[in-house]
Ligand binder design. Structure first.
Ligand SMILES: Nc1ncnc2c1ncn2[C@@H]1O[C@H](COP(=O)(O)OP(=O)(O)OP(=O)(O)O)[C@@H](O)[C@H]1O
Ligand SMILES: [Mg+2]
Length: 414
């Protein structure tokens, strides 16, 4: 098993998730379209790639379209076509249905060129028709097709941002739903996923029924035993000797088994031992590496990635509210109902509909796994995320209730 701290993993580098894979596979085999949700870096892309890889071994066709860079439905259709390029019977039929737009010999161009050429033949007036054609070509193929569209919410958010209204989001999602339904049982099986939540976005736009044909499945963290086993597998693969209690301390320190965090911790501990010219990791190293490396400059890089995604998931006006909530929960350990009231009062003068925006921000923060709610009190389940945000805000976050107190005393003084 290779240590991986970046992109998705599959095959021998993919660890565990057998139960989740079984559930997903059985949903897919029964022709159910699926919405896979889960907190950032939980392994959503990896599990979908692994599911596709396994189904391919059993005579399925697996099409994976990452639409993170798409700005319009035409881009999405072109991405799906590009994914289908290696399946000649689908791609050549589709290309010939594109008519005069497609004159190249499909065998002579590579996958990327195919996508670019298809994209050139699509416009706002034709993407629906061609998209339907492409899905029909998948349905007519003699093997079942699994179609994964990853990072769909980022694409929808971008359209929303560019247009300023939800019309094209609505059109695209309604089209997708209708196009699949019209193919009945032969339809390719669709799985949608992304690193920001689709559910909260569609609810906010008042379009929840556009995704209610999807079976929602949430990918959770690894438990203690699995996290420890993964850590030990990695240590064995690299012949790194770890003292008893190290893997346990790693899990305890993290507080929750987010696969990427377990992998990052292992990679940093291994680097640390190598820098000390040791091939052994001690329990004391765990705390040192956590404080100085994971929470240090390199960890801050990961945090930037989280912040970017969070910004993409929220409306512009909700973003500062989400930051306040995270800062409060990180530095005070909890975001309380009283703090929520103070936040509402503080921002209601500058942000329209503050109460609703706070509710939206909280919904997304909970959906994306930053916070967990317990009786209207919100806390970070992950120590790493909490400590990251705390390090970022510690020096310039005044607790919300203290700010209210200052405001009152100022009022009284006047
Ligand atoms: N099953 C797994 N086995 C081993 N490592 C994993 C597994 N799943 C995830 N990881 C670790 O997490 C990292 C992120 O995985 P992946 O990109 O699949 O997550 P994601 O949920 O799609 O992330 P994002 O929210 O950024 O889209 C991988 O590089 C790997 O380090
Ligand atoms: Mg992903």
């Amino acid at each position: 098993m290779k240590s991986s701290t970046g992109r998705w993993v599959s095959g021998i580098d993919f660890f565990n998730r057998e139960t989740e894979l079984r559930i997903l596979e059985s949903r897919v085999r029964d022709n159910n379209h699926v919405l896979l949700t889960g907190q950032r870096r939980m392994g959503k892309t990896s599990i979908l790639r692994e599911l596709g890889r396994r189904l391919e071994d059993e005579d399925w066709v697996f099409l994976f379209a990452d639409v993170e860079g798409a700005t319009c439905p035409e881009d999405v259709i072109a991405q799906i076509a590009q994914a289908a390029h290696p399946v000649r019977s689908i791609s050549s039929r589709f290309a010939s249905a594109m008519g005069r737009w497609f004159t190249d010999n499909i065998e002579e161009i590579n996958t990327l060129e195919f996508g670019v050429k298809i994209r050139a033949g699509l416009d706002a007036g034709s993407w629906r028709r061609h998209g339907e054609q492409l899905l029909r070509n998948c349905a007519e193929y003699d093997k079942p097709v699994l179609l994964v569209i990853d990072e769909l919410p980022i694409f929808l958010k971008r359209m929303l941002h560019n247009d300023g209204d939800a019309q094209r989001v609505d059109e695209f999602m309604s089209w997708l739903r209708g196009a699949l339904q019209s193919l009945g049982d032969d339809s390719p099986v669709l799985v949608l996923s992304g690193s920001i939540g689709l559910g909260p976005l569609m609810r906010r736009l008042d379009l929840p029924d556009r995704i209610n044909h999807l079976y929602s499945f949430r990918l959770g963290p690894w438990g203690r035993d699995i996290s420890i086993e993964c850590f030990q597998n990695l240590s064995n693969s690299y012949r790194l000797s770890v003292d008893e209690g190290v893997a346990d301390a790693v899990y305890e320190t993290l507080g929750v088994g987010i696969p990427h965090h377990v992998q990052s911790f292992f990679a940093r501990l291994r680097d640390f031992a190598m820098m000390q010219e040791r091939d052994r990791v001690t329990v004391e190293d765990v705390d040192e590496v956590y404080r100085n490396v994971l929470l240090g400059a390199s960890g801050q890089n990961d945090l930037v990635h989280y912040e970017t995604r969070l910004k993409e998931g929220l409306e512009n006006e909700s973003y500062p509210l989400a930051m306040e909530i995270l800062a409060e929960a990180a530095t005070q350990e909890v975001f309380t109902p009283a703090a929520r009231q103070c936040l509402e009062r503080l921002y209601s003068k500058v942000v329209d509909g503050t109460a609703g925006r706070i509710a939206d921000a909280l919904e997304i923060l909970v959906h994306d796994g930053y916070l967990k709610s317990d009786n209207a009190r919100y806390r970070f389940p992950s120590n790493l995320l909490k400590d990251w945000w705390s390090a970022r805000f510690r020096d310039h976050h005044t607790p919300l209730e203290k700010r209210r107190f200052e405001g009152k005393s100022q009022e009284r003084m006047q």
